[in-house]
Design a protein around this ligand. Structure first.
Ligand code: IMP
Length: 187
């Protein structure tokens, strides 16, 4: 899906398909180098990080294993409480594994911070993260993201895996929505 398909709902494009691709390609080159002699396990957090995982892995030259986890973070409205629960756990035992978490966006940072702690507790040999987007103005905790992507302003964005009400995930760029899309939404 492209911007033209949802033009009425979009305020502006923050990152084009090309800009996303560029950042992911650059990160992949560094990850290739850093994990050269290691058997890396890419762990994507469902559903938002799926597009990023597919793009990142396709640019890697090393052989990477993949796994998925579905998490939910309860809070009021768009505020994360930091209380994370596992909806669907990963299928691989991470003991002794070099895990690279692939995230779409770091907002409060609470989800990623919680997940990194969990993987350490489970005995991973190393835990690092690639996050395509970060909203520094909203960070509540510091998370050490070894492979950062773009920093964006404090705005709700959709596309490239990110959704609003399960929509716009298959948009090929990242965009801010028009306020009218949220208006009247009391959920
Ligand atoms: P955190 O725990 O507050 O860092 O929340 C991270 C999660 O919140 C992401 O993985 C997304 O699922 C969701 N999220 C945060 N900001 C946005 C946004 O602008 N658009 C879509 N989802 C978002």
């Amino acid at each position: 899906m492209q911007i033209a398909d949802v033009q009425d709902d979009i305020d502006r494009v923050l990152l084009t398909k090309e800009q996303i691709e560029k950042k992911i390609t650059e990160a992949a080159a560094v990850i290739d180098r850093d994990y050269k002699d290691k058997n890396v396990l890419l762990l994507a957090v469902l559903k938002g990080a799926v597009n990023t995982l597919v793009a990142l892995s396709s640019h890697l030259h090393l052989n990477a294993q993949m796994d998925f986890m579905s998490l939910s973070s309860y809070g009021s409205g768009s505020e994360s409480s930091g209380k994370v629960t596992i909806r669907q756990d990963m299928s691989v035992d991470v003991r002794g594994r070099h895990v690279l978490i692939v995230e779409d966006i770091v907002d409060s940072g609470l989800t990623l911070s919680w997940l990194m702690d969990l993987l350490h507790q489970r005995g991973a040999a190393s835990v690092e993260a690639f996050a395509l987007l970060n909203k520094p103005a909203r960070n509540k905790v510091h998370v050490d993201v070894k492979y950062p992507g773009y920093e964006i302003p404090d705005e709700f964005v959709v596309g490239f895996g990110l959704d609003y009400d399960e929509k716009y995930r298959n948009l090929d760029s990242i965009a801010a929505l028009k306020p009218k899309v949220y208006e009247g939404d009391q959920s």
